[in-house]
Design a protein around this ligand. Sequence first.
Ligand SMILES: N[C@@H](CCC(=O)N[C@@H](CS)C(=O)NCC(=O)O)C(=O)O
Length: 207
Amino acid sequence: MIKLYGLRMSNYYSLTKAVLIEKGLEFEEIKAPPSQKDDYLERSPMGKMPSIDVDGVYISESLAIINYLEQIQPEPALLPADPIKSAKAVELALHIKLDVELAARRLLPAALFGATASDELIETTRSEVLRGMKAVSQLMVCGPYAAGDSFTLADMYTFYSMGAASSISKKMFDLELLEDYPQISDLLAMLAERPSIAQVTAEAAKK
Ligand SMILES: N[C@@H](CCC(=O)N[C@@H](CS)C(=O)NCC(=O)O)C(=O)O
């Protein structure tokens, strides 16, 4: 059985868990906070969560894990069969992940743990996040799902990465990130009701 390592408080752990549930795969959750210890790095070379263990083989990085899960359990598909539509869904997921969430994440220690951040870092991050949002909104179809008429991994990244970026933006820039993007807000509300995502949220609240 697949072992999923990490903590329920992590958005990328939650995303990966939601994908496992979507695909109806059996898995075991193993609590493993991020660490730089050798045994952890063997599973996840940057010491981050999540990672999975498949019969002694470790895979880190949510997108690599999802790619593996998509191949061992093609249905329900998280990517459209059409190659162009599939590439566009991955493109969108990557822009959300790298240009919005990862940009905002630089201020996570300040937003969540009271670390100090220079005015320069705050301003640079704000402008990068806004640039990322512009790129994402250009690609986001909301028809009704992020990349078109079917649920894809871009919806998973929309839910889990956009939520994190919104919280950081509110705290650090006093900015409602989604204020100018009502369609993305509506999509987030719809995704929150999706059974796999709702289950992950409920279980994370239990701790
Ligand atoms: N690119 C990674 C990101 C994973 C990530 O940033 N995980 C965070 C928790 S949400 C983490 O482990 N942070 C600890 C650290 O940065 O050392 C993925 O997609 O899986």
